[in-house]
Design a protein around this ligand. Structure first.
Ligand SMILES: Cc1cc2nc3c(=O)[nH]c(=O)nc-3n(C[C@H](O)[C@H](O)[C@H](O)COP(=O)(O)O)c2cc1C
Length: 139
């Protein structure tokens, strides 16, 4: 299973938002911009759900998700795509973390749930010879 490296965590830290893709049971794709994202461990990230609708419906229908993060402030540009299995938490420590993360920046908003992505595969999106490669293919 792929693990987040410090380099990947740095890119996530600098990412100007995240593109979050899901898919319904018929294969219809959905991609939305998400701001509130936190690294939980070397193979888990959390997304705070404040306004998600179709994303949640899709997760319930089909447990697949891809998240893209990029650093636009470096040259050459850097980016990674994280794929894995999402789950939805509406109580407990991780949910409380999502609520606190949103409140810290936007006190008037409340997270409805925390979406936890268990990462299974990581791909390079940085332009260049490794673009599109699974990081496990790159020594
Ligand atoms: C820049 C930007 C950042 C956003 N960040 C979040 C976020 O962190 N959490 C969230 O729930 N919605 C966020 N939204 C709103 C969702 O992207 C939006 O409500 C979207 O329509 C949800 O789509 P869905 O119904 O397909 O899940 C953001 C929107 C923009 C434009």
């Amino acid at each position: 299973m792929a693990k987040l490296t410090q380099d990947m965590k740095d890119v996530m830290e600098k990412s100007q938002g995240y593109a979050v893709a899901t898919c319904d049971k018929d294969g219809v794709p959905n991609v939305v911009p998400i701001h509130f994202v936190k690294v939980l461990s070397d193979d888990e990230i959390m997304l705070a759900d404040v306004f998600m609708k179709k994303t949640l419906e899709n997760i319930k229908q089909r447990q697949v998700m891809a998240v893209s993060a990029w650093d636009y402030g470096v040259k050459p540009r850097k980016g990674f795509q994280f794929k894995g299995v999402p789950s939805i938490e509406t109580s407990g420590k991780i949910y409380d973390m999502a609520v606190a993360m949103v409140k810290a920046e936007k006190p008037d908003l409340t997270a409805k749930s925390a979406v936890v992505l268990k990462i299974t595969d990581i791909f390079v999106t940085s332009p260049g010879p490794n673009a599109g490669k699974n990081v496990e293919e790159i020594a």
